[in-house]
Design a binder for this molecule. Structure first.
Ligand SMILES: CC(C)(COP(=O)(O)OP(=O)(O)OC[C@H]1O[C@@H](n2cnc3c(N)ncnc32)[C@H](O)[C@@H]1OP(=O)(O)O)[C@@H](O)C(=O)NCCC(=O)NCCS
Length: 149
């Protein structure tokens, strides 16, 4: 499938909220809209979507502050998984964030989320610590990962 990564626009929010329902810790439509509003009014949020065949098939939400990019959500539509979309979203958004001054990137992931951890390791993220019982429903530790850009 041909796809591209671009900045999220207000018209993407509803599709992104649907994709988020497939995530373990989904962001609501209101949350996505609020983060996009933050970005568009000069705040620290940075949101990206992957688009394939004219459809939004994934999203990545970051915050950029003090040279550090923090990943808050990364979700690919279930029907588009294992096609390289997650990797491309991460790569392209990190390139854009680096161009804006990010020197390093940071994320938290459920310690049992092997698929996401494998993806982050491909992008040179390394384990930096564990936050015990960080997630709810179900309770699970967070693996903290970071990388230099
Ligand atoms: C994690 C997620 C974003 C990966 O997106 P994706 O587009 O399917 O990933 P890609 O096709 O780019 O895969 C890149 C690499 O990630 C790893 N990976 C992805 N899905 C995997 C799976 N189900 N099992 C094992 N490894 C997996 C592999 O190393 C893969 O490389 P390979 O295809 O060369 O083997 C996607 O599964 C998802 O949206 N999951 C639900 C939300 C979530 O858990 N987000 C992370 C929260 S921190």
């Amino acid at each position: 499938m041909e796809y591209l990564v671009r900045s999220m626009q207000p018209a993407d929010v509803a599709a992104c909220a649907v994709i988020e329902t497939s995530a373990g810790d989904p962001w609501s439509l209101e949350q996505i809209a609020e983060e996009l509003d933050n970005q568009q009014s000069g705040g620290a949020s940075r949101l990206f979507v992957a688009e394939g065949n004219g459809q939004v098939i994934g999203l990545a939400a970051w915050q950029l502050a003090a040279g550090e990019a923090s990943l808050y959500t990364l979700t690919v539509s279930p029907s588009a998984r294992r096609c390289g979309v997650g990797r491309r979203l991460l790569q392209d958004s990190l390139t854009a964030l680096q161009a804006e001054g990010a020197l390093c990137a940071f994320l938290e992931v459920r310690a049992g989320n092997d698929a996401a951890i494998a993806l982050y390791e491909q992008l040179r993220f390394a384990a930096a610590g564990l936050r015990k019982r960080f997630y709810q429903n179900p309770t699970e530790d967070a693996l903290v990962m970071n990388c230099e850009l």
